[in-house]
Ligand binder design. Structure first.
Ligand code: T1G
Length: 694
């Protein structure tokens, strides 16, 4: 295996070159190589300065995350950084690509830092539930100021080279060949005898006496539920209070605490799951796929418009079809407003908006879809309509076109049977708002060809989605599990809970909103229509639980009507409505259910464990191939808190035996038709295993 760190000399400059593809992560061998190169350079009297740079596409992108969870092995990164900073000879970091995490910490321990204009630097450890653990929380405030350090470290967001230079992180932006520029810079440092600038010897400026409290308060919503951001603030504060060595000791203690936390284990799991989920088990990564150079979207409504934006954002031309000009006009106006809002927020340039709008071509003619490589229908959720649409597409679209339905629960196989090419038909279920939510459930039909669903996974990734391959069943993965949470919450309303208690608990668990606030926002009539459509499939108790029907029959559809489960003021601020409380209490009486106090813990268990049990069934049925597919669906489509890792990872954290025992309790309380342990969950629980540790 090629050497991961090389040492060479160019005149009086020693070059430490790292070559550890794909991202030059700081594996043990890389840490040892950097240490050896630094020691070698300092032992060589002919060497006047050292340069650290990388081969490949980027400077060091951080510690090797794959080493986490195992006993740390020397040389430890903080020690390697200290060796660099203590070097009597100048050490220059030459940065390209993304210097992230430990990579930036290596650079911060150097005496000078130069970078290409396209380079970025960042400390994304907080996204892994960690904090920079090799001096980042102590050196960055000293170099860039405390407020800037707080923002960089708690957001984990990369900073472009030019801004990093303005912040004092970089000394020089260099053009052209980085190595040549680094050698020239190093020779200049030596010729001018520039003093070695050691960050640890600087003082961290505190821009205001209440900086830390103000920062924590201003970001409370963003940090809600997370442990790491608050610990990052604590560590940066320490940099302004303690001498550097003491600060480093504290940073290490906090790093270890976070590293061992369930939250960091969950967030590290999510990091790898997000990359693994696009790989389809049993299919080679390089399976040929179809080129998607043009897309057709049927339906210019909320979903169709959002889907069209997704492809236009990726530079793929879209033909947007609807049946009436007024629908097209309305749809395009909404798309334009969405883009204009982004431009107004400074997140999109006007010319980029114009370009994207130009890529969306409205039409009333099916004929205009004939050359599209992919067509996605987002028309009314009615099987008759879907079959008619796919029959037309089958007659118009070119051979080899992928024909996809955005249906959220209708049977893809039945839709595919309306065509003569079921192998080219699948589901591509976007989540509303389609131009925002990352989840894309790619639903493979029984006859969908692997090439087609591999194409959908690839194009999903290209448009910035988190694509998950799922099988055909009612609600696929996400909505099928959500239906269990909805059922249990509905039962708990009958048994003694109120909507605002359930919402508080589910929000406190980490979801962006509770189910009833969410229903009021989405429109209760949507759920009401679904309930009526499926009424015959419901159990007698579910049929009789008509609290939602009663609310909708009063015309209370939620925010859009000023009242739903909550009542809303003109600014759409929600207030619990005593009238709803009365309605629920009288419903319980009519149903002959004696109301009781329901604990927050019971609400969590019945809402979340019911989903986990359904997830186990989904795995058994092969609707999802892996637990990480289910986790990805809930992380990217429903706002499952990332610091819990997704429902299946969370189940392992809680322990399947504990969940199994709770399911048995609820079987006795609620009934076996709702609470029977999935065989897979029972098996794993009895074997002391988990969904991931099988
Ligand atoms: N460790 C191990 N593997 C990594 C890795 C890392 N740090 N970063 C990426 N990979 C793998 C990734 O799993 C994938 O593998 C391949 O590289 C390409 O990644 C002490 C403790 C650098 C912006 O958090 O943000 O330093 O799937 O698909 O889209 O304070 O990777 O091909 O087998 O993402 O071009 C801090 C994480 C670590 C950076 C490139 N650093 N990485 O994005 O490629 S903690 C990070 C990224 C730390 C110190 C602390 C991105 C990228 P495979 P990719 P990309």
């Amino acid at each position: 295996m090629a050497e991961v760190v090389g040492f060479s000399k160019e005149g009086r400059i020693g070059l430490i070159t790292i070559n550890n593809p794909p991202v030059n992560a700081l594996s043990r061998a890389v840490r040892a190589g950097i240490r050896a190169g630094t020691e070698k350079g300092n032992a060589d009297r002919d060497i006047a300065a050292l340069v650290i740079l990388c081969e490949g596409r980027t400077f060091i992108a951080g510690a090797d995350i794959r080493e986490f969870g195992r006993p740390p092995m020397a040389p430890h990164l903080p020690d390697v950084c200290q060796l660099i900073e203590d070097s009597p000879r100048p050490v220059i970091a030459a940065i390209h690509g993304t210097a992230l995490g430990g990579g930036l910490e290596i650079a911060l321990s150097c005496h000078f830092r130069i970078a290409l204009p396209t380079a970025k630097v960042g400390l994304p450890e907080v996204k892994l539930g960690l904090l920079p653990g090799a001096g980042g929380t102590q050196r960055l405030p000293r170099l860039a100021g405390t407020r800037a350090a707080l923002e960089m470290i708690t957001s984990g967001a990369p900073v472009a080279a030019a801004k990093a230079k303005d912040m004092g992180i970089l000394d020089e932006i260099v053009e052209g060949d980085l190595k040549a520029a680094a050698l020239e810079y190093a020779n200049t440092v030596v010729d001018r005898k520039l003093p070695l600038r050691r960050a640890s010897q600087l003082k961290a400026a505190v821009e205001s006496p209440t900086l830390f409290e103000d920062f924590a308060k201003a970001n409370a919503r963003r940090f809600r539920g997370f442990l790491a951001p608050l610990k990052c603030i604590e560590a940066v504060k320490i940099a302004t209070e303690l001498p550097f060595p003491e600060g480093m000791k504290k940073e290490r203690e906090i790093f270890i605490e976070l590293h061992d936390s369930d939250q960091s284990k969950a967030q590290r799991h999510v990091f790898f799951a997000e990359r693994e989920v696009v790989r389809i088990p049993g299919l080679p990564d390089d399976l040929p796929t179809r080129d998607i150079r043009s897309v057709g979207v049927l339906g210019a409504g909320t979903m169709g418009g959002g889907i069209a934006m997704c492809f236009a954002n990726a530079g793929i031309p879209v033909t947007l079809l609807d049946m009436k000009q007024e629908f097209l006009d309305k749809g395009l106006a909404i798309i334009k407003k969405n883009y204009a809002n982004t431009v107004a927020k400074g997140r999109l340039a006007q010319e980029a908006m114009d370009k994207r709008m130009s890529l969306i071509r409205p039409t009333l003619a099916y004929e205009d879809l004939k050359d599209a490589d992919l067509v996605i229908e987002a028309v009314f959720e009615d099987m008759t309509v879907k079959k008619e649409v796919f029959g037309k597409l089958d007659s118009i679209c070119k051979p080899g076109a992928v024909l996809a339905s955005n249906t959220s629960y209708l049977n893809i196989d039945e839709i595919a049977a309306a065509t003569g090419r079921p192998q080219d038909v699948m589901g591509m279920h976007f989540f509303s708002p389609a131009n925002v939510m990352r989840l894309l459930e790619n639903v493979r039909g029984a006859k969908t060809s692997p090439e087609v669903y591999a194409t959908a996974m690839k194009v999903g990734k290209k448009i910035g989605k988190a694509p998950v391959l799922v099988g055909v069943c009612d609600g696929f993965v996400g909505n099928r599990m959500l239906a269990k949470r909805t059922r249990e919450c509905g039962f708990m309303l009958e048994e003694g809970a109120l909507p605002w208690q359930i919402d508080r608990v589910i929000y406190g668990f980490g979801f962006p909103m509770g189910p009833y606030a969410m229903g009021d926002m989405a429109g209760l009539d949507v759920g009401w229509r679904n309930r009526k459509a499926k009424f015959d499939t419901l159990t007698p108790r579910e049929q009789k639980n008509n609290i939602l029907d009663k609310i909708c029959e009063m015309g209370r559809y939620g925010q859009k009507t000023g009242a739903g489960f909550y009542k809303y003021d003109e600014k759409r601020n929600a207030t619990p409505d005593p009238m709803i409380e009365e309605l629920i209490i009288s419903h319980s009486k009519e149903a002959g259910i004696a109301r009781r106090a329901i604990s927050d813990q019971e609400i969590i268990e019945r809402a979340i464990y019911s989903m986990i049990n359904e997830g186990a069934k989904i795995l058994e049925e092969g609707i999802a191939a892996r637990s990480l597919d289910i986790d990805a669906v809930w992380l990217y489509g429903y706002g499952f808190p990332v610091y819990l890792g997704g429902p299946m990872f969370y189940a392992d954290t809680v322990g399947l035996k504990k969940i199994y025992d709770a399911i048995l309790r609820y079987r006795d309380l609620v009934g076996a038709e709702y609470w029977t342990p999935a065989p897979l969950l029972e098996k794993l629980a009895k074997e002391g295993k988990g969904f991931y540790a099988r």
